[in-house]
Design a protein around this ligand. Structure first.
Ligand code: NAD
Ligand code: DAU
Length: 354
């Protein structure tokens, strides 16, 4: 293992974004040794990484980031040079049902990881990096105009975003207090393959396939800023290699959509792909009780990342959505596997009430 230029722990690598980041790093950097550390919660799935598991520079370790002994043992074993931290509880609706699970993983888990990294690296911070992957939701909710910049004050409004904001503060506090070399990014909503079907886009795709109701919260007018997941992974790659220590970067592609417009677009794409009469799937739309505290609008200003590090998104949304739908149509077994068991219970609990 000493032959590798860097040994990198990627946490949450079996999840949606994490699996794209692991694949990118394992494929593009054979000189790096990638250890995917994931507890395999309901959201973690090693099927996401079937094509990577045989790589000689990749290894999976099942561990909970809150388990201080387990993570310390991994640091002892692999002597990591860097951590790219994605492991989290990530779904806002679940955070409303069970906020303390979010405090445990997102706050305590992140603080514990920082503490262990500090312990192992404090003799020399040279060539070390703790990269924390965060969300635009820490900034709160926008009105009709304006964008989140890196200077926007934090104003989290759901248990999920409060736990992520707290984790961001711990990351910056470890930098300011102890000098830990950190970098942080806040990204907008991702979409693409391997997205767990509890989130808007894959949930709607799955329900359209099975001709189930399409539950739109409130009036469907909330706005999200959507980014192709591989463009997020590319941004993480650039920031990991060239980001300034102690700085944060916003990631987003100026791609705002009202929820109801996305649902209509998906309906028409899928009517075409499934040879259904135009208008068939839209009949499944049902307006349901709104998410409590539902943030109205997110919109990222990624100018800093674009101007300082040269990143820009590669894909138009309509093209990305077509590719995403194709992936779900071609991977029905993946969806079957992740939606069996516990997910069914969660779905009935959440949507049974709405
Ligand atoms: P996800 O829910 O799909 O995956 C999370 C992964 O973390 C899973 O593999 C899960 O098993 C693992 N995990 C959860 N708790 C753990 C624990 N205690 N110990 C070890 N592993 C654990 O999430 P995602 O959508 O891929 O998000 C990844 C990261 O990116 C999160 O930090 C999230 O806040 C952030 N983010 C997500 C989005 C988005 O649109 N999905 C946007 C911006 C930022
Ligand atoms: O902005 C980044 C964040 O985006 C990430 O940090 C989170 O991890 C990720 O889950 C996502 O949060 P959102 O709450 O924006 O995503 P979600 O897919 O849950 O919802 C998108 C919008 O769609 C939101 O306005 C709520 C609405 N919605 C969602 C679901 C699941 C519906 O109308 N119906 C639904 O069934």
């Amino acid at each position: 293992m000493s032959d590798f230029a860097k040994k990198i722990m990627i946490t949450g690598g079996a999840g949606f974004i994490g699996s794209h980041v692991v694949r990118r790093f394992a494929e593009n950097y054979p000189q790096y040794f990638i250890v995917n550390v994931d507890a395999l919660t309901y959201a973690g799935n090693l099927e996401n990484l079937r094509d990577v598991e045989h790589f000689s520079n990749y290894r999976f370790e099942k561990a909970d980031i809150v388990d201080e002994k387990g993570i310390t043992a991994l640091f002892e074993k692999f002597r990591f040079d860097a951590v790219i931290h994605l492991a989290a509880e990530s779904h806002v609706d679940r955070s409303i049902l069970n906020p303390l699970a979010f405090v445990r993983t997102n706050v305590l888990g992140t603080a514990s990881l920082l503490n262990i990294a500090l312990k192992f690296w404090k003799a020399s911070f040279a060539s070390k990096l703790f990269y924390h992957v965060s969300t635009d939701e820490v900034y709160g909710s926008l009105g009709q105009t304006g964008f989140f910049t890196e200077q926007t004050p934090y104003d989290p409004r759901s248990p999920y975003s409060a736990s992520k904001a707290s984790s961001d503060h711990f990351v910056m506090a470890y930098h300011h207090t102890y000098g830990l070399p950190v970098v942080l990014s806040n990204c907008s909503n991702n979409y693409g393959s391997n997205h767990f079907p509890e989130k808007l886009i894959p949930l709607m795709i799955n329900n359209i396939i099975h001709q189930k109701p399409l539950p739109v919260y409130g009036k469907g007018e909330n706005v999200r800023d959507w980014l192709w997941v591989d463009d997020h992974a590319a941004a993480i790659d650039i920031i990991f290699h060239r980001g300034k220590i102690g700085e944060k970067y916003n990631i987003g592609g100026f791609n705002e959509w009202k929820n109801i417009d996305i649902v209509h677009l998906l309906c028409s794409i899928m009517d075409r792909k499934l040879d259904r009469e135009p208008g068939t799937s839209a009949k499944l739309i049902q307006y349901v009780v709104d998410r409590p505290g539902h943030d109205m609008r997110y919109a990222i200003d990624p100018t800093k990342l674009n101007e300082e590090l040269g990143w820009k998104p590669s894909l138009q949304f309509e093209e990305g959505l077509e590719k995403t739908v194709d992936w779900y149509l071609n991977n029905e077994d993946w969806v079957k596997h992740v939606t069996s068991g516990d997910y069914q219970k969660y779905y009935n609990l959440l949507y049974g009430k709405r």
